[in-house]
Design a protein around this ligand. Structure first.
Ligand code: ZN
Length: 310
């Protein structure tokens, strides 16, 4: 089908959210604490609506159920990926996600969550949490019981344009002053390990210590990302990661070029600049799906895009 599916994002207010989804991306946001923009999602907690064309007004989940041909007749009960933009004005809780098997058993058949982060923007001294320093589960349990958080948690500095893969079982947290584009399995299962003893409406948010200890990988190992790059005159395509659940690439276009979309569908987010795809204007903050079998397409402009497929 030769129709591009533009998505209407869904926004989420979070205690740690800010207003950069409005000031940086131009979205109309529901509050001054808007933490997440669910940009391409068919998850029941935030199901995007198609903005345009034949399928205008339909939820992405409906298209997945009724028009599987748009997605290359891929198998599976739910649209597999979820693309978010996150604005962390304050620290997010320190958390961990289960894998598919654990989530299926313990979370009513939900998918596990593998996720990856492209740093869209951050403050000069911004930091992030990935990994921990416990050598085994006994050590982990003791450090948690003794609240030795500083000793346990691995904090690292980040810069705009950095990329991180977060596998299930990885302790992680986005920290204040960071905007990221997240590509993840379509899952909303998070185990909160530590929330800096903060209060939300006067009460601490629920922690999930036992489930966290169950799923945390010990010892932690870092994942290296791929960084394979192809160049042409107008375009650079950097493959950021390819894992069992997704392949994510960054496309930088300055000028114009023909592309080809094959049997898979492609999720695309415009993260910088403006231009055109097959004569349709696109700009920073737009998110769309190129259906499977779309074929050749033409893009021009000064654009930075993050694209993903299964
Ligand atoms: Zn996470």
């Amino acid at each position: 089908m030769r129709e591009i599916l533009f998505m209407e994002p869904v926004f989420k207010t979070m205690i740690w959210g800010g207003n950069k989804l409005m000031t940086d991306f131009g979205y109309e946001i529901p509050s001054e604490n808007t933490g997440e923009c669910w940009a391409i999602s068919a998850h029941k907690n935030g199901d995007c609506i198609v903005k345009n064309g034949t399928y205008g007004g339909k939820h992405l989940s409906e298209l997945w159920q009724q028009h599987r041909e748009l997605f290359g007749n891929l198998k599976g009960e739910t649209f597999p990926l979820l693309i978010k933009i996150i604005d962390a004005k304050a620290d997010l809780s320190i958390q961990v996600h289960p894998d598919d098997q654990y989530a299926k058993e313990k979370e009513q058949g939900s998918l596990g969550k593998t996720e990856c982060w492209y740093i869209l923007n951050c403050e000069e001294d911004a930091k992030i949490v990935i990994g921990h320093n416990a050598k085994d589960k006994v050590d982990l349990r003791n450090m948690i019981a003794d609240k030795r958080w500083q000793e346990l948690i691995r904090v690292r500095s980040i810069n705009k344009g950095d990329f991180f893969q977060i596998n299930p079982g990885t302790v992680h947290a986005i920290k204040e002053g960071t905007m990221i584009l997240e590509t993840q399995q379509s899952s909303d299962v998070t185990y909160r390990l530590y929330d800096y003893d903060r209060l939300d409406h006067g009460k601490p948010r629920e922690l999930h210590i036992d489930k966290s200890i169950d799923v945390i990988n010990c010892p932690h190992t870092d994942i290296s990302v791929s960084g394979k790059t192809t160049h042409s005159e107008a375009c650079e395509i950097e493959e950021l990661i390819s894992c069992d659940f997704y392949t994510v690439s960054k496309i930088s276009l300055h000028g114009e070029q023909e592309f080809h979309q094959e049997s898979k569908f492609l999720n695309v987010s415009v993260i910088e600049g403006s231009g055109e795809i097959d004569g349709t204007l696109i700009k920073k903050g737009d998110h769309f799906i190129l259906p499977a079998g779309y074929g050749n397409y033409h893009m021009k402009g000064d654009l930075q895009l993050i694209a993903s497929h299964v």
